[in-house]
Design a protein around this ligand. Structure first.
Ligand code: AMP
Length: 134
């Protein structure tokens, strides 16, 4: 069954499309975190960005590099977050690879990531575990 985003690509569901080419589509998020919150989606449907072909990801990034500055100009913002959620545990709700472009401005009140202090031994242990897992 096609994903929600494939249905948007196929024009079965309406969306505010701001960019489209033969490989990528971008449209406004229907529940925007900030004005101009945009989703960049490869047309080749895969469940998440870790499963997508690297060519599809490169195509998305090419679009993000053009689109994000335009979104900042249009919304009068100073910066943006570009993020992709992988898996339900990370908050992914639509299982079709997509990147959020979320405009940010200083003092916009959006929650920041917590940065609790961590000891150097813990960092070294974690780095070792990751290298072993590769
Ligand atoms: P994620 O939670 O990372 O999978 O992001 C999915 C995003 O898709 C959410 O931010 C939703 O608000 C957004 N979304 C869901 N349905 C639609 C829709 N019909 N049109 C545009 N955005 C949508």
């Amino acid at each position: 069954m096609p994903s929600l985003f494939t249905k948007i690509i196929q024009r079965e569901i309406p969306a505010h499309i701001v960019y489209e080419d033969d490989r990528v589509i971008a449209f406004l998020d229907i529940f925007p975190v900030a004005d101009g919150h945009t989703l960049v989606v490869p047309k080749h449907e895969k469940p998440n960005a870790l499963a997508s072909d690297s060519n599809d990801l490169a195509d998305c990034w090419r679009v993000i590099q053009t689109l994000a500055p335009a979104i900042l100009r249009a919304t009068g913002t100073e910066g943006c977050v570009v993020v992709t959620n992988v898996g339900e545990a990370a908050g992914q709700s639509v299982p079709h690879t997509h990147f959020h472009i979320i405009p940010r401005r200083k003092g916009d009140g959006l929650p920041a990531w917590p940065n609790p202090p961590v000891d150097q031994d813990r960092l070294a242990r974690t780095a070792e575990q990751i290298k072993q897992a590769l």
